[in-house]
Ligand binder design. Structure first.
Ligand code: NAD
Length: 503
């Protein structure tokens, strides 16, 4: 786990040197085609697939997560993403012809998706492999050079470089710089063309403030406090299993972990009974065997945050139904279910980021929507009910970036869906089509092949021209064949009048 000594911090000259190389690499990358870059993505997928057990060993060593968590959320989902990029990035980033209105007759309108230049990716410690490869490859396939700074707690030192090298990436296409927050800040000083940040709200605000004077665009993927809403007609067995997985996977250290479990009051007691019985069956260990459901926590400080929230909640009358804070001084926090929670508890207002599931009853649809929307966060949510129309209604009514219906944490399982938050959970979207646009300079181009004509809206302005334009406006925005005919006649008159110039 993250008890290993932190990697060497860069010298003060290194960020500048790294950006000098990245600038040169970015110019070279501009000359490559998307298809060429996606071949490297394909090669990387092959390397990762072949070396997956070694990668999993490294991830477990630094994070303490269970082996299945590492395989499913760090390898399988990364491979899914890479396959998506290889298949779809060339189509998504291809030049696109768009509609040209009648007023611009004879022209062609295009959108080009071009690289931004250098993208600085700063990542957290909870999914160190996924949070490296997914943003790096998204930025790269869009033609950007990438500077990547992993978390100082889970640096996976040398691993990303080794895999990229094996996949035929040139060394300066993607550079990895190790260090803590001060290193991240020094890299921002080098003025990347975009910052893609995943991490806490606190750091996100600092990064945005540092980026503001140089107007560096930032994308912030921040914390969450995700609700799961269970209506009385849901399949309770499946919903209870989903709630436990959603709250406990990666030992609760996921930005989209279930942190509020809202259960309709008519089924509250029965649901609670099932949940607690299942929670007590979960197996947890620091020994990364295949039969382990939950591993340990990754850092001592996160254990302390979770235990402090549990102490605060217990002191204010909350009841622990399963689990609890575990022994002080260990990285084990057992899967915990807790009830009788109230809004003044830190457990309900701050991100917990641990294996703790507060269960809360609600009255009806309107009640739960109101309570969910009171949250300062808006990353993702899930709605469980047999009534799909109700589920869709609730999905639309809650202010959040992602919603899974009768499933949990599933939107991020589909690489074609954009991912990102609202409110304190940040802004911007990555992954899928919209995600590739986030790493692109979206350039509008209009082509006018007729170079001889004087445009009607150019000078000179005259009373006659004004009248013709006025008639054109009337006829263009009216419906029917008569209006269209008048529009065409007026257009021709205006055209011929414009060619005369000032008499
Ligand atoms: P953090 O904010 O402490 O650190 C994240 C990264 O920022 C680290 O690499 C750190 O070294 C760097 N950093 C710190 N200060 C900096 C500064 N001033 N300038 C530049 N870089 C700086 O977050 P963490 O504890 O590593 O991660 C946990 C948080 O990440 C949780 O809040 C979690 O919800 C969030 N998260 C969000 C998503 C998402 O997609 N929305 C995904 C995973 C994690």
């Amino acid at each position: 786990m993250s008890s290993q000594p932190p990697p060497r911090e860069p010298t003060s000259a290194e960020p500048a040197e790294c950006f000098r190389r990245a600038r040169a690499a970015s110019s070279r990358l501009r000359g490559t085609r998307v298809r060429e870059r996606s071949r490297h993505i394909d090669a990387l997928a092959g390397v990762i697939r072949n070396r997956r057990e070694a990668i999993i060993d490294r991830v477990i060593k630094e994070t303490g997560k269970s082996r299945t968590d590492a395989l499913v959320s760090e390898i399988l989902s990364v491979l899914d993403h890479l396959v998506y990029l290889r298949r779809f990035a060339p189509k998504i980033l291809a030049d696109r012809k768009v509609h040209t209105p009648l007023t611009l007759m004879g022209k062609q309108s295009w959108v080009y998706f071009e690289p931004l230049g250098i993208v600085l990716v700063i990542s957290p410690w909870n999914y160190p492999f996924y949070q490296a490869i997914v943003p790096i490859t998204s930025a790269f396939v869009a033609g950007n050079a990438v500077v990547y700074k992993p978390s100082e707690y889970t640096p996976l030192q040398g691993l990303v470089e080794e895999l990229l090298h094996a996949a035929g990436f040139e060394p300066d296409w993607v550079q990895v710089v190790y260090g803590d927050g001060a290193t991240g800040a020094a890299l921002i000083d080098e003025r990347p063309d975009k910052i893609f940040f995943t991490g806490s709200v606190r750091t996100g605000k600092k990064i945005m403030a540092q980026a503001a004077p140089a107007l560096i665009p930032v994308e912030l993927e921040l914390g969450g406090k995700d609700p799961m809403i269970v209506f009385e007609d849901a399949n309770l067995k499946r919903a209870a299993a989903g709630a436990l997985w959603g709250a406990m996977t990666n030992t609760g250290q996921s930005c989209t972990s279930v942190e509020y479990l809202y259960v309709q009051e008519s089924i509250y007691e029965e649901f609670k009974r099932r949940l607690v019985a299942e929670a007590n069956k979960l197996r947890q260990s620091l020994d990364a065997g295949d039969d382990i459901d939950l591993g340990g926590m990754t850092t001592d400080f996160q254990c302390e945050i979770v235990r402090e929230q549990l102490r605060d909640a217990a002191g204010r009358g909350a009841r622990v139904l399963a689990g609890g804070g575990g022994s002080e001084g260990t990285r084990i926090i057992p899967p915990t279910v807790i009830e009788a929670v109230s809004p003044e508890m830190r457990l309900l207002t701050e991100e917990t980021f641990g294996p703790v599931l507060p269960i809360i009853s609600f009255e009806d649809e309107a009640d739960v929507i109101r309570r969910v929307n009171e949250s300062e966060y808006g990353l993702s949510a899930s709605v469980w009910t047999a009534d799909i129309e109700r589920a869709k209604r609730v999905a639309r009514a809650i202010v959040t970036g992602n919603v899974s219906i009768n499933n949990v944490m599933l939107t991020e399982g589909n690489p074609a869906l954009p991912f990102g938050g609202t409110k304190q959970s940040g802004f911007g979207r990555y992954k899928g089509e919209f995600g590739l646009y986030s790493f692109s300079n979206i350039k509008s181009v209009i082509v006018d092949k007729n170079s001889a004509k004087i445009e009607a809206n150019w000078y000179p302005y005259t009373k006659r021209k004004y009248e013709l334009f006025s008639r054109l406006t009337d006829t263009l925005f009216s419906r029917g064949i008569a209006a269209f005919t008048k529009f065409a006649i007026t257009g021709l008159k205006l055209e011929s009048y414009a060619q005369k110039g000032r008499e």
